[in-house]
Ligand binder design. Sequence first.
Ligand code: ZN
Ligand code: ZN
Length: 387
Amino acid sequence: MLLTRGSLSLIKSCSGKLFHTVPQTMKAAVLTSFSEPLKIKEVETPKPGPNDVLVKNIACGVCHSDLHIAKGDFPGRPQLPRILGHEGIGEIVELGSNVRDHLKKGNIIGVQWLHKTCLHCEYCLTGRETLCKQQQNSGFSMDGGFAEYVLMDADFAVKLPDGMDPYTSAPLYCAGVTTYKALKVSKVRAGEWVSIVGVGGLGSIAVRYAVAMGMRVLTVVAPNDKAAVELSKAMGAEEVYDGPSDQHGKWVRQKVDGVQAAIITVPLIQAYEEALKSVKRGGRIVAIGLPAEKMSISTIDFILREIKLIGTTVGTRKDLQEALELAKLPSKVLDNLKTMLCASGNIIKPLNDLEERAEQEKGSADKSTAKSGLVRDFWDLVGPTKR
Ligand SMILES: [Zn+2]
Ligand SMILES: [Zn+2]
């Protein structure tokens, strides 16, 4: 007996149990040129190697990095053609021959940026696998989640905790773990002040995590951006600065006597320079926004006030597990993410649309959708399981 659920074929065995048949080909949004939109193509379904699992995608978030990769902005461009996407979530439908019993068919796992690392270098051996020089990255050096099926390395597969919604949770596998880890390395303790500079895609998740971690949150938003002020407050920020961008450091020091750490989520060099003025002595500036320009800093200020500037990128498997578990608690992390995922429209169809959308959202009154281009639109287009 053959049943179809979207493009997923299910065959009923004699025992009545359903199992999957994996088709020879699948639909994918493929990057074929750095100057053209993604193309929806029929391509060969990947076959798992010994240490891989084959994942039937349910959802995949669209990260701003996908736009940079597609335009060839990042150093070390991917080889083309390439399937992008590193916020995927799906169900394991096949296991490679060496995969141990920690994973089973039917498990729901993520397809995150850190696809695999060497496991043997000084970084991998000291819990800093994000620094491994031999790492492979989903949607960059490996094909990623903008497809019906995708491979994931079994050692790097991180299960979605039971009861969590894959559609809502997809962005946690990049934006979520990135902001959670930024807050972790900020060393801000519960009850202490942190500033989140920018409340777009990363910033709004950072506010939610910071609140869930018990931090007192101050946000810095664009001048007179009343919608961002409202959103900040709705997410639990106690103070919001929406004045002139070159005054934010001074304001923060006057308002709360400085913050323990500032998390910079926007690609604006001025935000970094102002943040330096906003932190307390011994404070930390945590960098996740990626400005193209170089920063001008007062070395004396850094030394005498013992300021630490910390760069951080995504997170380890352990960070990811922690970020997921925290989002599962009855905190506001997931509730609010859900609203971020609601926007719809055929965003993946041409990548240009996606960019246009990101631009629109930058200036949009509803900052809660700033990350949104997000998830299910691709799936509406391609046609797998709909809810
Ligand atoms: Zn990302
Ligand atoms: Zn390594």
